[in-house]
Write a protein of this length. Structure first.
Ligand code: CMC
Length: 434
């Protein structure tokens, strides 16, 4: 019978070690038993950027990157996107099950009645330069919320955690919309409790002088679906940041500010903004082959392509490509779609991209939809952060309740200078220096 262990022979000492295998992984601390002598620190594993290291056990999101599968709590992403609302999916991610009718109406009520922000938050946002990037405003303001709710530090109270989770999910659209309106020099719009989560966000973004804002139902539905597709993605850069910061027992607002900062980067959530800028820079279909040649020559990346986990078509991108056309019907066609489709066509037939398994990711088509709806390009990462708040919070709470988790603290392999003395420093002779 094969055993669930790994035998390691240390050729330095000739000793053989049996390391247990559980869930397809070996516990790295076991390696520390592999020593050349009792004084030896023991073996470490070296894995920059966590290419092959699981940092946690998680029951939230499952991805099979080779097959292009994404599931939240066991439900396929396409079924959730077609059949559920964003708030149902948010409940699912946080609680493990889809809400029953009564649970859903209570959940919706709680979120809807926490959308207002303290008036001082508006003054806080007013303090930013008129041309401040809305993602900078968003992440700073999310962090600033911790000063409004100091009780949030009490992270081991289930009730306190729940209160902050509701506040954050309810308030991130308000902060996001206010970040945009500040940059436009427009008044801040009060949340409208009659509208859906996505509909109210559109109201706070775009309402002008009309007494009541009525969202376009196609746009409202599209935004809700976009929110579902972006809600969680297991241990990505920003979720890991949320877990890492949270592992020091910081309050959820401070942890979330750090997660949003991680999302901001162009290799992560900032990629949707970069895709749009790239498409504009390419300018026309004739320039696509030349652009691809430049990418292959190492002059920049094809933004919206490639993924650490997906080595197949990102299922979210597949969904968004189809959805783009229905949004264009309602809002007008985004001419950049032709350049995007041509880029995809050429890249997917090119050995450079095929051999590296580089396919469109979620950011490739989302920006075209956002732009067609009327969102300015620099709001794109913020649009990612609104729904991802749910995923960050689910990951954060799971980490806090996991008895195996401790403060995150990686090891290093020190490659710097050996101990030496500062020039001119008189070293006292001791038995150690002699
Ligand atoms: N364009 C051109 N070449 C690429 C690209 C790209 N978009 N992505 C990867 N490569 C090449 C890379 O140069 C390398 O080639 P070689 O083996 O010759 O050195 C190989 O593919 C592997 O790339 P890597 O950087 O080692 O892969 P990674 O897993 O560290 O990076 C990634 C993943 C998403 C950061 C990367 O694919 C990338 O920079 N993509 C563009 C930015 C982007 O669209 N980011 C959004 C990711 S999806 C949303 C999210 O979850 O944040």
């Amino acid at each position: 019978m094969p055993k669930d262990t790994l035998s390691i022979t240390d050729n330095r000492t000739g000793k053989i070690y049996e390391v247990p295998i559980k869930d397809g992984a070996i516990p790295a601390p076991e390696l520390r038993k592999i020593k050349t002598d009792p004084e030896d620190f023991g073996l470490m594993s070296y894995d920059p950027a966590f290419f092959n290291t699981a940092n946690c056990r998680s029951a939230i999101t499952f991805i099979d990157g080779d097959k292009g599968i994404l599931e939240y709590r066991g439900y396929p992403i396409d079924q959730l996107a077609e059949h559920c609302s964003f708030l149902e999916v948010a409940y699912l991610l946080l609680n493990g099950e889809l809400p029953k009718a009564q649970e859903l109406s209570a959940w919706k009520h709680e979120i809807t009645t926490h959308t207002l922000v303290h008036e001082n938050i508006k003054q806080f946002i007013d303090g930013f330069q008129h041309d401040a990037h809305p993602m900078g405003i968003f992440l700073s303001t999310a962090g600033a919320l911790s000063t409004f709710y100091p009780e949030a530090k009490n992270i081991f109270s289930a009730e306190v955690r729940r209160q902050q989770i509701i506040r954050l999910i309810a308030k991130v659209p308000t902060i996001a919309a206010y970040a945009h309106r500040h940059s436009m020099g427009l008044h801040y719009v009060m949340p409208d409790n009659d509208l859906s989560y996505a509909g109210n966000f559109l109201n706070m973004m775009f309402k002008m002088t009309e007494l009541k804002y009525t969202p376009n139902p196609v746009v409202e539905k599209a935004l809700d679906v976009l929110f579902i597709l972006h809600a969680d993605h297991e241990q990505n850069c920003s979720a890991s940041a949320m877990r890492n910061i949270g592992s020091s027992h910081a309050d959820p607002y401070s942890s979330l500010a750090g997660a949003a900062a991680a999302l901001y980067g162009p290799l992560h959530g900032g990629a949707n903004e970069m895709v749009l800028r790239m498409l504009r820079q390419i300018g026309s279909m004739e320039n696509v082959p030349g652009f691809i040649t430049d990418v292959k020559a190492g002059k920049g990346r094809l933004m919206g392509f490639g993924h650490r986990v997906y080595k197949n078509y990102d299922p979210r991108a597949k969904f968004l490509k189809q959805m783009a056309y229905s949004v264009f019907e309602a809002c007008g066609r985004n001419p950049l779609i032709d350049i995007a489709v041509e880029l995809e066509r050429i890249a997917l037939a090119d050995d450079y991209f095929v051999s590296r398994k580089l396919y469109p990711n979620v950011d490739f088509y989302s920006g075209l939809i956002y732009q067609a709806i009327g969102f300015p390009v620099d709001m794109f990462p913020v649009l990612f952060a609104i729904p991802r708040t749910v995923g960050w919070l689910a990951q954060w709470e799971e980490m806090l309740l996991d008895p195996e988790q401790k403060i995150a603290r990686p090891r290093q392999i020190f490659v710097g200078q050996k101990r030496r003395n500062v020039p001119g420093f008189k070293v006292k002779e001791t038995s150690a220096t002699r």
